[in-house]
Design a protein around this ligand. Structure first.
Ligand SMILES: NC(=O)c1ccc[n+]([C@@H]2O[C@H](COP(=O)([O-])OP(=O)(O)OC[C@H]3O[C@@H](n4cnc5c(N)ncnc54)[C@H](O)[C@@H]3O)[C@@H](O)[C@H]2O)c1
Length: 266
């Protein structure tokens, strides 16, 4: 039987790539986005349906599910960022980021989970978090806190819904040259500086994220739930490795003449 998937924030960027990959993988897909461009994006994907509206409106989300049917898979990808120092962050900006990133994810996931449970069906959910939810980024306002919140929510849902047959995992993208980060990488100097910090040697692409998402939705990962996978080319694990050390210390073990026994760590 054909599986179906709902992808939020799918008008463009990572969501559109995830929707295209899911369709190529055989899913019947629904694309949901605030931006009417989603209708155009959906029309370019075989068998896809586009829905215009916000994930933060529970009634609208229910209407989408009434229309499309209950999907086997959900990708909570809709997200926004409002950059700026915390000291100057307007409260309405803070609240909008919390509302879309955290509350919107909850609304969509719960609406689908309720219907899956009522129908006695299994399902898989992937929430898109961020490297910024693992460690703070520059002037990222509420963004990192909401992604961190989604990360914990992912585990909470996995624990509560695992026995009901629903797996819930998260993908945390790193430095991705697509979507909301396009303006960042349009600056060649910033681009080069950031690229140099990636152990894998390049910025991430939308298809890097889509492949990881599709794998977590598939039965190939059927024993994995409550996990968050960083898809960041090694950026987050390279912080200490990027720190300089005095040459005298670094020489230990390299030049036996200069070597002295040491148990010291970095
Ligand atoms: N691009 C990156 O560098 C990067 C890195 C880490 C995490 N992410 C995350 O990946 C996800 C996708 O981001 P992107 O880079 O493709 O950004 P994007 O801005 O290109 O796409 C996000 C989409 O979500 C839609 N959207 C926003 N609020 C919505 C709402 N309330 N309801 C429905 N749709 C809504 C927007 O209209 C847009 O089409 C986000 O959750 C983002 O936080 C992106």
């Amino acid at each position: 039987m054909t599986k179906s998937a709902l992808i939020t924030g799918a008008a463009k960027g990572l969501g559109a790539e995830i929707a295209r990959s899911a369709a190529a993988d055989g899913y019947r897909v629904a694309l949901l986005d605030l931006d009417p461009l989603v209708l155009e994006t959906a029309s370019s994907i075989p068998g896809a349906t586009g829905f215009v509206g916000t994930t933060t409106d529970a009634e609208f989300v229910d209407g989408v599910l009434d229309n499309f049917g209950t999907p086997d898979a959900v990708v909570n990808n809709a997200g926004i960022v409002r950059f700026g120092p915390l000291l100057d962050q307007a409260l309405d900006q803070w609240r909008s980021v919390v509302d879309v990133n955290l509350t919107g994810t909850f609304i969509v996931a719960r609406a689908v989970a309720k219907r899956l449970v009522a129908a006695g069906r299994r399902g898989a959910i992937v929430n898109i978090t961020s490297m910024n939810g693992v460690m703070p980024g520059p002037n990222a306002g509420a963004y990192g806190s909401t992604k961190s919140g989604v990360s914990l929510l992912t585990k909470q849902m996995a624990v509560e819904w695992g026995p009901l047959g629903i797996r819930v995992n998260a993908i945390a993208p790193g430095l991705i040259d697509a979507g909301m980060s396009e303006p960042i990488y349009a600056d060649p100097q910033i681009r080069a500086l950031r690229e140099a910090r990636v152990p894998a040697g390049r910025l991430g692409r939308a298809d890097d994220i889509a492949r990881a998402v599709l794998w977590l939705l598939s039965d190939a990962s059927e024993y994995i739930t409550g996990e968050e996978i960083l898809v960041d080319g090694g950026v987050t694990v390279s912080v200490i490795a990027g720190l300089p050390r005095p040459q005298s210390v670094d020489a230990v073990g390299v030049n036996p003449a200069a070597a002295r026994p040491s148990n010291k760590e970095q």
